[in-house]
Design a binder for this molecule. Sequence first.
Ligand code: ZN
Length: 239
Amino acid sequence: MRYAVISDVHANLEALNAVIKKIREEHIDRLWFLGDIVGYGPDPLKCIETLEKEADVLIAGNHDQAAIGLVDIAYFNPYARAAIEWTHDILGDKERAFLKQLPIKREMDGVLLVHSTPIEPGQWHYLMSVKDAFKNFRYFKENVCFIGHSHQPEIMELSPDNRITVYREHSQIREGHRYIINAGSVGQPRDGNPDSAYVLIDKNSIKINRCPYDIVSTQKKMRLAGLPAGLIDRLSRGI
Ligand code: ZN
């Protein structure tokens, strides 16, 4: 079985379509999505429609919940808040109902999927360090957990003697080891590389891949929609 795992699309349709095209070329059996379909970007409706059709499993992110009033927007910075308010006004009843029924975590095929962290997934904590990873490994029983939320793709491996090794691009899944894998972001990468990130799992190999997309088209749509300039500029820099 070959899996692709993606996260944090953030209403960026050009990025989503580019990644889905790549994934299809790789003959993937299952596509799992880790949350934040909407927020920041100009195409929430089409991104919901596309992911509903293409993804086999979907969970909710904090932006998905904020856009339908399930998370307090006071928690977000002013740029993110402006985009969430814009998204809220665009969503119709159908999209709202779809976002509302998304779970915040899924356990399947011996793997845990959460948007934020295994610790209190509905509190939207960030997992940003090896120290955070150590804490979180104690909060799930599966050998592999996929996360998103920070938009920083990485593979954290816990060895049987309790050491963590971080891989940026590729790792094997080793017997007796456990993994937290951050799939990064399709629609708003923040690791200095503006190309979309996605993860491929094939047998025992984990790979973080990157895929360029038409950033200029997304930025043009954002400008037309009146979304904040800071959100438009950051896409070209991957920050
Ligand atoms: Zn996000």
